[in-house]
Every structure is written in C-alpha cells, then in structure tokens.
Ligand binder design. Structure first.
Ligand code: GUN
Ligand code: FE
Length: 455
C-alpha cells in the first residue's frame, strides 16, 4: 500500500462550485511529504478500512473529535500589514483624508525595522488565528521592512505574497513617505523580488514577491511601465487598488481619459497573476478586460462600506466570469477575519438587491440579481482566492495543499447552536459561517504543518 506522511479523518466542507458546498462526511485525507493532498477517500471506497487499520494507531493519524470540522484555510487577497497598527480607527473620514492624515504617517514609521518586526509578527499570527492560511500583503515603500514581513510569513508557516509598495509620484505622495525617485523605486522592487525568490527556496509553504504600485495616483507613468516590465521579466504576481473611490476614479479619468482597468492594462499590469483590490466602479468593458487578461478582483466588503459610498455589484461581475476572492483590506476594513468579511459580503449584496421576478420583494430601490449567498461568500474566501492567485489552494481535494482550519462548535465559551446530533450538515455549515469566532478555530495547518493551535 502507498505510504502517506499523514492521514486526517473527519467531516469537511469544500466548494464544489460557487453556489454549492461539498460535504465530505467522515472522509480520509492522505497527505504526502510536500504537504499536498494526495488522496481523498470516502467511507465507501475499498481502501478506507485498510488505511484506517494501518494508520489509526500511528502518530501520523489525526481524527477529529465530535463537533469538529475541517474547513479550507482562508485566502485573504488584500491586507495592508503595516495598517494592523491602526485597525479600527479613523473610519469616519473619506479615503483621501484617511490616507494623508493617518495612513501615510503610520506607514512611514516602518523604516524602523524593530517597529516593523513587532507589528508584522502580530498581524501574521493574528491572521493565522483567524483561519487565514494565505495572505496577499501590501507592506510599505521600505525594501528592508518588506523583506522582514516575507521572512516572518516564512517562519510562522503562512503562505505570504508580499509587495514592496511603490509610490514615486511627487504630486500625490507626501515628502516624508515616498520612494527616493522612480529609478530607486524600480531598483528596490527588483532587489526585493530577487530576495524573496531566494527566501522561497527554503520555505515549504511558499512565499512570493508581488509587484505593487500602490494605486495609479501614487505612481508616475515611468514607474507603472517599469513595474509592468519587472512583473513580466520575473513572472510575479501583481497587485494594486483599482477604481476604489470617487476621488481616485475621477483622478485616473482626468490623467488618462480612461478607467483604471484600461490604464493599468496599458502599463502591462493586468495578467493571469494580477489581483486588483476593490474595483467598485468597474463597468462591463472593464470587466471584460479583466476576464480576457485573467485579472482577479479582491472584494473587500467591510472596507467598501466605509470608503466606496456605493455597493459593488459583485454578483454581476461574477456572472460575467471575473475571478473573485475576498479581502479584509486591513485597515480600511477593521476586521482581520474573513468570516466577518464573508458575512458582510452577503449583507452588502442584499442591500443592493431588488427582488423583481423572484420571491423577494420588488420595490424598485435596488438592482435585480445582486444578492450572493453565504456559499458564494465561502467560495470567494477559499477556492475563488486560490483561482485568483493561480495556486493549488482553497479546496479540500486531491493535488491541493493541506491548508485547513479545524472548527470546533462545542466550546462552552463560543457555542455554535447545534442541538440535534443528526442536524443537516448544510445547516451546520451555514451556522459555522455566520457564528464562528476565533475561539472556535482550534487548529490551523498550512502545507501539512500545524501553524496555530488553541488546544
Ligand atoms: N488606496 C491607496 N492606498 C490605499 C490604502 O492603503 N487603503 C485603501 N483602502 N485604499 C487605498
Ligand atoms: Fe487597500
């Protein structure tokens, strides 16, 4: 019989499709030395009993207790790691003022590597404790501190995709917080890419450099062009903010006479490995361009509630075939939890809905077919995020990484109300999505390694 490094037994939830959650009741998950799921075995499969007999007394065998479930680890497609230090503050002012009054002064402090280390250790641990096994991070303009973040992800076992932020436009960046000049921004980015690629060689779960123009206003044309070229040269991921606020959207219109999507495309910044945050004002042409180029939207519903002054038509974008994942946007969004963001994604979509031609009320105040379900929000937080990054993560299926959260619904201090032992597992799943707190997340594993435990 084939040898496995570890075997896990229990009931798991994984997206079958955006609308449908697959329930794997009492399955075996066979993990290889690389931390990948090599085999998924149902109780009725022929190998099931033999594998159980062979492995169940070994240290490499893990059986879930009553009331515990496997969830895929969450994939946060938009986190500003330095902004963890101000999470929850100043959300009552517009984006432009928030950036200049609070955010740029805070991020400028990350030239101090001790300060950076302190905040970055804490944000990575906090995200892991909230079930986030992969995160797409903005760091700051500082090359060294950005590398510190990548090193902390590597050490703590989180799959980190990290960008050194580029801000070289003298007109839209403060003197105390910007790259020295365009040339320096590009040289630092290239050195950062090479350093992270080196670090990746000794990082089991993977760590990736990300080309990161903060957003169009903060960058010169030369920087945007140079960054597009670097991304192509090193085949890296790319991230930025796109069509987020009225001010920013208007600024790009005035500068290029086109929307963000086409402007970014002109500089080579839309690719299969691009993830654009927010995208509240994407029109159908922009969305088609995203589909054509394989660019994904990082949907940040909590942050959007504060800064967008509108609700993104996420169901419409998804129906057009745009890849979508979820982002916390710390600290434009205050919560480090993708459970919170999944809930807000559903709630926001319901506020846009008008139930014409459905059983919902048709009141003429909303847009038909806008709502998403909690299953779709779960898909965005898991499989959708994996597809957006073009990585084999976000599903509990063969040839995917063993990135999981173990959810315990039976904690006296954080009870999830399941009172019937034969309760429909679809209902159990929905209760977990809506009611989980960090206490319920008992263990988190990335690439076959335990990286967080409350036991
Ligand atoms: N646009 C440019 N920078 C930022 C940022 O830090 N947060 C958000 N939400 N939007 C931005
Ligand atoms: Fe952001």
């Amino acid at each position: 019989m084939k040898k496995y490094t570890q075997i896990f037994q229990g009931t798991a939830f994984s997206s079958k499709s955006p609308k449908e959650v697959q329930i794997l009741k009492d399955y075996l998950f066979c993990i290889n030395a690389n931390g990948m799921i090599e085999k998924v075995i149902a109780p009725e499969d022929t190998d099931y009993e033999t594998l159980l007999e062979t492995y169940q007394d070994k240290e490499s065998f893990h059986r879930l207790a009553e009331g515990q479930y496997f969830f895929p680890g969450f994939i946060d497609l938009h986190v500003h790691a330095p902004q963890w230090a101000q999470s929850g503050t100043a959300l009552d002012i517009p984006l432009y003022d928030w950036l200049n009054t609070y955010t740029f002064p805070l991020e400028s402090k990350f030239s101090d590597l001790d300060f950076a280390k302190n905040v970055y250790q804490d944000v990575v641990s906090t995200l892991l404790a909230n079930g986030t096994t992969t995160a797409l991070y903005f760091a700051t303009v500082h090359k060294e501190a950005s590398l510190v973040l990548a090193e902390i992800c590597s050490k703590k076992g989180q799959r980190g995709l990290v960008g050194k932020v580029v801000m070289d436009n003298l007109e839209q960046t403060p003197e105390f917080y910007r790259d020295a000049d365009t040339q320096a921004a590009l040289i630092d980015t290239e050195e950062f890419i090479l350093a992270v690629k080196e670090l990746a060689k000794s990082t089991k779960q993977g760590v990736y450099p990300v080309v990161t123009p903060r957003f169009i206003p903060s960058c010169t044309d030369d920087a945007l062009k140079g960054l597009g070229a670097l991304a192509a040269k090193y085949d890296t991921h790319i991230q930025s903010h796109c069509s987020e606020s009225d001010w920013e959207h208007g600024y790009v219109q005035e500068r290029f006479n086109k929307n963000d999507a086409f402007a970014l495309h002109d500089f080579g910044l839309l690719s299969e490995k691009s993830v654009m945050a927010h995208c509240n004002f994407l029109n159908d042409n922009d969305a088609d361009l995203f589909v054509e180029t394989g660019t994904a939207v990082s949907h940040c519903p909590v942050s959007n509630a504060y800064f967008a002054n509108s609700v993104i038509p996420i169901a419409h974008l998804h129906s057009k075939g745009v890849e979508i994942g979820l982002g916390s946007d710390i600290s434009g969004g205050f919560s480090p939890s993708l459970f919170d963001n999944a809930r807000q994604a559903v709630i926001s979509s319901r506020m846009l809905e008008d139930g014409v031609n459905t059983s919902l009320p048709a009141d003429g105040r909303g847009v038909p077919n806008s709502r998403i379900t909690i299953n779709e929000a779960f898909y965005f937080a898991t499989a959708g995020g994996g597809e957006s990054l073009s990585l084999p993560i976000g599903r509990l299926a063969e040839n995917y990484a063993w990135d999981i959260q173990i959810i315990d619904i039976n904690l006296p201090s954080a009870r999830i109300p399941v009172f019937n032992s034969d309760e429909d597992l679809n209902d159990v799943f929905q209760k977990i999505m809506y009611l989980v707190r960090p206490e319920n997340i008992r263990e988190v594993w990335v690439q076959g390694e335990k990286v967080h435990s409350r036991a």
